[in-house]
Write a new protein. Structure first.
Length: 67
């Protein structure tokens, strides 16, 4: 799980990118707290072949990336 809450873009995308490049996991969870981070991480994940499910959890968002 990547906890990118409190970080502004592009850091959530960079953290997700490093995790994908490190091990190409079949699934990955990313926590963010800004709509722009949701959009940017989703765009990156989809470009890498992941499907993205977004869940609002209070002020935060949990993105579940799966291949």
């Amino acid at each position: 799980m990547i906890d990118a809450r409190g970080l502004s873009c592009p850091l959530p995308v960079v953290m997700t990118q490093k995790a994908v490049q490190k091990g190409a996991p079949a699934s990955l969870e990313v926590l963010v707290d800004a709509q722009v981070a949701v959009e940017n991480v989703t765009r990156y994940a989809q470009s890498q072949g992941y499907q993205v499910k977004t869940e609002a959890q209070g002020p935060d968002f949990k993105l579940t990336l799966t291949k």
